[in-house]
Design a binder for this molecule. Structure first.
Ligand SMILES: Nc1nc2c(ncn2[C@@H]2O[C@H](COP(=O)(O)OP(=O)(O)O)[C@@H](O)[C@H]2O)c(=O)[nH]1
Ligand SMILES: [Mg+2]
Ligand SMILES: [Zn+2]
Length: 308
């Protein structure tokens, strides 16, 4: 029998069978993915084969089917060990807020680099639009950011969970796709999901709870089915997605608006930092590549990206 892992606690896996019912499964002891440095061999989104245990409604996972893709974070910043957050994702949706709490562009860009590295299409949803819409200055900044990201190829949507603004656009974004939802604690991930799927009744934190650090103990993602045919993977407490290891000259491949210029630089191995004859820097100076994206590129390149 085969199915899809929708929840994991580290020792138990809830599998949604192809027949549409849930089976709690354990992992056959010796099942490991060859060559994987991951601390968890099976992640939410994995397709697995399982057998039912004799005389029980519990199952044993016997095989992990090939992954289309997966996304990881490092166990710790310097660790070689990785934790697979989810597998077989159609798109990643980053929920960001310009205020309460403020999502930094550094966080957004680091997340987008991770998505590019794993070839996962990404979209950005700016929530809590109700808090901005009376300030012209805030709207201008939101317009500017949306322009930067849309031109780089990432669709942007502004929504409000509490005032139900543009909820139909959010619903459409998730329709018939498996989406990984990412974003800091407190940006309104659960609130947004509850608006399009009230039956899930996810816990929405009070603002004060959202600011308490270390409150989330679980690092395991969970997958929910939506009535629009989509599935979402909620990632509690995940602040930072581990960047894959890359060579300096490779990093610009993960910035779509830089990728198209790198072969016009004077040097083949240009890192677009301080090399002469750099086409990327020229495009930044002309205003064709955003300064904010370029600065975050340099922060990642130089390893100074410590902002969360
Ligand atoms: N003003 C405003 N507050 C929101 C909105 N969406 C969520 N919130 C509040 O933000 C807090 C955190 O929401 P929650 O869904 O728990 O965030 P999560 O940690 O990303 O799942 C709660 O107090 C929500 O009521 C919104 O669109 N506007
Ligand atoms: Mg939540
Ligand atoms: Zn260059």
């Amino acid at each position: 029998m085969t199915g899809k892992v929708v929840k994991s606690t580290g020792s138990w896996y809830r599998v949604l069978s192809d027949g549409g019912h849930f089976v709690d499964c354990r992992l056959r002891g010796r099942l490991k993915i060859a060559g994987s440095k991951a601390t968890n061999p099976v992640a939410v989104g994995d397709r697995v084969a399982y057998d039912l245990e004799e005389g029980s409604d519990k199952g044993i996972i016997t095989e992990i089917l090939d992954r289309k893709n997966h996304i990881i974070r490092k166990a710790t910043k310097l660790s070689r060990q990785t934790h697979v957050i989810a597998a077989n994702i159609d798109q990643a949706v980053i929920i960001a807020t310009l205020a309460y709490p403020r999502t930094s562009t550094g966080f957004i860009d680091r997340f987008l680099v991770t998505c590019e590295a794993y070839s996962i299409p990404a979209a950005i949803v700016f929530n809590k639009y109700d808090l901005l819409k009376s300030s012209q200055e805030a709207i201008a900044y939101l317009d500017e950011l949306s322009g930067i990201y849309e031109r780089a190829g990432y669709p942007c949507t502004r929504v409000s969970a509490t005032e139900k603004i543009n909820i139909e656009l959010f619903d459409k974004l998730l329709k018939n796709k498996i989406s990984l939802l990412a974003g800091h604690s407190g940006v309104g991930k659960s609130a947004l999901i509850n608006v399009i799927e009230p039956g899930l009744n996810l816990k929405v934190q009070s603002i004060s709870e959202a600011h308490q650090k270390g409150k989330h103990t679980t690092t395991f993602a969970e997958m929910f089915a939506l009535s629009n045919g989509g599935m979402i993977i909620d990632t509690p407490g995940i602040k930072e997605f581990g960047l894959v290891d890359f060579e300096a000259w490779e990093l610009c491949h993960y910035f779509p608006e830089m990728r198209q210029h790198f072969n016009q630089c004077r040097y083949d191995n240009c890192t677009h930092y301080n090399e002469p004859g750099c086409k990327v820097k020229e495009e930044v100076e002309k205003g064709n590549i955003s300064l904010s994206r370029y600065e975050n590129y340099l922060n990642i390149l130089l390893g100074e990206d410590t902002r969360r």
